[in-house]
Design a protein around this ligand. Structure first.
Ligand SMILES: *Cc1c(COP(=O)(O)O)cnc(C)c1O
Length: 483
């Protein structure tokens, strides 16, 4: 029996034994990666931010099937010619749609190194270095928004996961048990990001009472309306539970009056969650600090380094002011984890999030910050704020109606021709931009009005890109108002 097993095993191991590359194969692979990378960055300034062709399935896509193996150069060629071109180019400085970020090369280096060593970043016992490094980053981010000692947090895959963790923590801490759900009240505004509504659904809070609080002309929550709603709800015997506010809404970049909302939240014993996925890293700038004043009073805050720190997609942060509340929500014991030690040194990410086995995602954030230095990020974010002011003024000069002066770096604008359907007119403009302009913008509808929006946050968006968009819009306007 035993000798039979040994015989078969020695046969089997011959075939798959060579998973690991020889050193010359490693060199070749890295050369191929290096060629791809150089070509990508060389082409970036010339590539359009959006390509409308290539959405339909083609014969080239047969390469995706796993029926035949292939070598790395062919695989990279497929990525370059078929996967990269269609749709948005998120790395492009011409990406001014949704909320861009760009993606820094050093972030890719971080992912690469993390995958080579495959550090087990979920548990301190397994990888004390990785966990300590991530906890340092969380410490930095918490202090950046102004939290005092006692907070904790987690590096997530993005803002949606970070919001989900925050909402779970709020629910757990406030003990919204099944009997209480239908009487518990959540306060949002029309500007609340849909990932929060998703988080509410996932955490079983969909049956709560929802109050969408009125907003002012700058799309910011009106605190007096919030307090009035809370008082009315208390009178009705309901249980006000959670306030969700924006520190830079995705739609228009609105920043709610965070201090006042926190005061109200504390007065009535609610949980105040601030979604700073887009706006949070503007805390690196003086203007941003003024705009986001009071953010540190919130019970939980989320940030998206793959937006404001220009990292490649896959990086969010959740921060909870009273760190033990996060830990109480997510820590869980298991018999087979009995050997883990060292929790007295550092808290493990596995005790602060739904994940166990986990990518060492701290490296993709740490390497760019460590190599470029914080000041460079601050200057770049300041540049984005000023570019938004510049665009807001220039676009008015062209005759566009604009939304409020941007608090951060999202500018709303639309053209209102003297006759004809205004929404339709603006839909034509955006179509024209998508088909013919190297710069990409997106649109939104607010109270039935179709707005164009430019979100300036890509690390590669500079004056040149903004001027290209302005020149294109001027031409389009001329063309469309003539007909
Ligand atoms: C982008 C964004 C989110 C969602 O974050 P993802 O990283 O896309 O999951 C949530 N809230 C705001 C305000 C955002 O801008």
């Amino acid at each position: 029996m035993l000798s039979e097993i040994s015989r078969i095993v020695s046969q089997l191991e011959k075939t798959p034994y060579n998973f690991d590359p020889s050193s010359s194969n490693t060199t070749h692979a890295l050369e191929a990666l290096s060629n791809y990378t150089e070509g990508f960055y060389e082409n970036l300034p010339h590539a359009s931010a959006y390509q409308a062709e290539g959405y339909e399935q083609s014969e080239e896509d047969d390469f995706m099937t796993l029926s035949e193996t292939s070598d790395l150069p062919s695989i990279i060629n497929f990525i370059k010619t078929r996967l990269d071109p269609p749709g948005l180019n998120p790395a492009s400085g011409g990406h001014l749609g949704y909320i861009p970020g760009g993606g820094l090369f050093e972030g890719a280096i971080g992912d690469y190194l993390a995958a080579v060593s495959n550090q087990y970043a979920g548990v301190f016992y397994a990888s004390p270095g990785a966990v300590r490094l991530e906890n340092n980053l969380i410490d930095w981010a918490g202090k950046l928004i102004g939290y005092d000692d006692g907070f904790t947090g987690n590096l997530t895959s993005g803002g949606s996961m970070a919001n989900l963790i925050a909402i779970s923590t709020a629910r757990n801490h406030c003990q919204i048990t099944s009997q209480k759900i239908v009487r518990s009240v959540i306060y949002t505004t029309q500007q609340t990001h849909h990932s929060l509504l998703k988080a509410i659904k996932i955490t079983g809070l969909e049956e709560c009472v929802f109050h969408q609080i009125a907003i002012d002309e700058r799309f910011c929550m009106i605190p007096a309306a919030l307090e009035k709603a809370i008082l009315t709800d208390i009178e009705k015997g309901l249980l006000p539970f959670l306030i969700i506010s924006n520190a830079g809404s995705t739609d228009v970049g609105a920043v709610d009056p965070l201090s006042t909302i926190s005061e109200i939240s504390n007065k009535y014993g609610l949980w105040h969650h601030v979604d700073a996925a887009y706006g949070g890293f503007f805390m690196l700038t003086e203007a941003g600090k003024r705009t986001l004043n009071g953010i540190a009073l919130a019970d939980s805050v989320i940030l998206d380094p793959h937006k404001g720190l220009f990292l490649p997609y896959g990086s969010g942060i959740v921060l909870v002011k009273e760190g033990n509340r996060l830990k109480n929500t997510f820590s869980q014991e298991a018999n087979y984890m009995q050997d883990t030690v060292g929790d007295n040194f550092e808290t493990s990410p596995a005790d602060l999030s739904p994940e166990l086995s986990r990518h060492f995602r701290g490296l993709r954030m740490w390497i760019p910050l460590k190599m470029h230095g914080i000041d460079k990020f601050a200057s770049s974010l300041e540049e984005k704020l000023l570019l938004a002011q510049y665009f807001h003024i220039k676009i008015q000069e062209l005759g566009f109606i604009t939304g409020p002066t941007p608090d951060l770096s999202v500018v709303l604008f639309r053209y209102e021709p003297s006759e004809g359907d205004v929404n339709l007119f603006n839909q034509h403009i955006i179509k024209d931009v998508h088909m013919h302009c190297p710069i990409f913008i997106s649109s939104t509808t607010i109270d039935g009005k179709f707005w164009l929006r430019a979100a300036i946050l890509s690390v590669r968006t500079h004056l040149k890109e903004v001027n290209t968009l302005i020149d294109f819009l001027a031409e389009t306007l001329l063309k469309n108002t003539k007909n």
